[in-house]
Design a protein around this ligand. Structure first.
Ligand code: NAD
Ligand code: UDX
Length: 459
């Protein structure tokens, strides 16, 4: 099938590459010429395991092309995926300007029937606005062409995006019940047929329910994390181990094991903005989603938990103190720094007078870019950040190590070397990578999240 992907970011590039891998003829559009140049020169603009190989293979086979040519992109695809960003507006609602700009372009250049797929995460009712934007452009040029807007939200996780796309738990597609909607449905069915070969994974529903499903999924996952973080903070006070509790409750199939890891807060491009956007949608209807307000507030506080623990240990004024930080990306296997907890920790430590040495296996470049923006008004703080060459280099002369991202490379370090390099053997572990009893045996002062029962023995 002939497919156009509008927006070649995380979701667009993964969608385009995976659909090309399945034999489709894919045209990826982006308005950012830098991204398109990188792709046309054989690179990829993001770090995502497995993606580079798929892009290279399909480019060589002539199944995927990258361009900034809007008109050509609209003419190419019978199915037009809109996969542009939907960042939060100042009031927390999803900013739909990029989605609506893409819709307008479709209306401006389309010459025959198009299936327009909202792949971006968009608030309930957006498909109607996309339809209206296309219709307005068609009316401008007095064209009477048919199209149908479909909602097909994406559930991939960064760092496992290719795997998630190729082996989805479910495919959610919302179509309307008009003749055009039926036509769109049959094209979407054909496109996704390879994913449904062994068993049917597609959930067909109305457009609004599909749009809602995406927010419901992310809000539920964020809720589980904030719930566990809240309990972890209590566990620290009452002397219980949140990891034991996690096993204890996760073994109940009604609860399940996933997304119960306490830590230094959730980040990324989705949970924070999607929780906020769902709250905003509710407010538009005069409702307050109290649970989600709490989820957000707990997460904001949780991002400060490592900094607070460090200040409790070393005092509020950290002048003259130096800390090592392992992990900058919001999660492992990505270079994405959007809403990363590391940014909050860095702000706290630097503003309290400390200096830091940071290390991340892949996001060092991205971190430099993002931190320059975070501290653009405080160059003296920026100067207190040293970008280390490797994890051990970061530890030199540090008063303590703080771990923010659970990269595999941090899971079994040479603890003798860690101790030798740190000024004193103190670890603040924001992702509960290590066993507190083992740390005590190694003579390391260990501060996990919600694991005080075991560290108490050390006191
Ligand atoms: P991104 O910022 O990585 O990519 C968006 C791309 O769209 C950018 O390259 C931008 O230049 C381009 N763009 C903007 N306007 C355009 C236009 N008019 N025409 C062509 N290109 C245009 O964003 P992302 O992380 O891929 O997210 C895209 C959407 O998918 C968002 O709604 C997001 O919430 C959702 N989503 C993201 C993830 C994720 O893990 N990143 C997962 C599921 C859903
Ligand atoms: C999320 C959803 O999982 C995915 O389905 C959706 O399409 C996009 O948003 P992503 O943001 O890539 O994916 O990462 P995810 O693995 O969900 O992690 C998000 C954040 O939650 C990370 O900061 C992670 O460290 C944190 N997290 C995750 C926890 O703190 N505890 C957990 O148990 C799981």
């Amino acid at each position: 099938m002939k497919i156009t992907i509008i927006g070649t970011g995380y979701v667009g590039l993964v969608t385009g590459a995976c659909l090309a891998e399945l034999g489709n003829d894919v045209f990826c559009l982006d308005v950012d010429p830098r991204k398109i140049d990188i792709l046309n020169n054989g690179g990829i603009p993001i770090h995502e395991p497995g993606l580079e190989e798929i892009v290279a293979r399909n480019r060589a086979a002539g199944r995927i092309q990258f361009s900034t040519d809007i008109e050509a992109s609209v003419r190419h695809g019978d199915v037009q995926f809109i996969a542009v960003g939907t960042p939060p507006d100042e009031d927390g609602s999803a900013d739909l300007q990029y989605v609506l700009a893409a819709a307008k372009n479709i209306g401006k250049y389309m010459a025959g029937f198009k299936v327009v797929v909202d792949k971006s995460t968009v608030p309930v009712g957006t498909a109607d606005r996309v339809s209206a934007a296309i219709s307005a452009e068609l009316a401008n040029r007095a064209a009477t062409l048919e199209f149908s807007v479909v909602s097909n939200p994406e559930f991939l996780k960064e760092g496992a995006a290719v795997e998630d796309f190729m082996r989805p738990d479910r495919i959610v597609i919302g179509c309307d019940q008009t003749p055009q909607g039926e036509k769109a449905r049959s094209q979407m069915k054909k496109l996704y047929a390879p994913f449904n070969r062994n068993h049917e994974r597609t959930f067909w529903m109305d457009v609004r329910s599909a749009e809602f499903t995406k927010y419901a999924a992310n809000a539920m996952l964020a809720t589980r994390i904030s719930f566990m973080n809240e309990l972890a903070n209590l566990a620290d006070h009452v002397g219980a181990d949140i990891e034991a509790v996690r096993h204890g409750i996760g073994s109940d199939p009604r609860i399940g094991h996933s997304f119960l890891y306490a830590g230094c807060g959730y980040g990324g491009s989705c949970f924070p903005k999607d929780v906020q956007a769902l709250e905003r949608t509710a407010q538009d209807y005069g409702l307050n989603l109290l649970i989600l307000q709490a989820v957000e507030a707990v997460n904001a506080r949780q991002k400060q938990v490592l900094g607070n623990k460090i200040q409790q240990r070393f005092g509020e004024n950290l002048s003259g103190r130096h800390f090592a930080i392992w992990g900058l990306a919001f999660k492992p296997n990505t270079d994405d720094m959007r809403a990363a907890s590391s940014r909050v920790l860095l702000g706290e430590l630097l503003r309290a007078g400390a200096s830091v040495a940071v290390y991340d296996p892949v996001s060092m470049q991205e971190a430099k870019r993002v931190l320059e923006l975070d501290f653009y008004d405080a160059p003296e703080l920026l100067a207190s950040i040293r970008y280390a060459a490797n994890p051990m280099d970061a530890l030199v002369d540090a008063d303590a190590l703080a771990i923010v991202t659970e990269w595999k490379a941090f899971r079994s370090p040479d603890f003798d070397e860690v101790k030798a390099r740190l000024k004193q053997p103190v670890i603040f572990d924001g992702r509960n990578l290590f066993e507190p009893t083992v740390m005590t045996e190694l003579g390391i002062e260990y501060h996990g999240i919600g694991r005080s029962v075991l560290t108490r023995a050390d006191k």
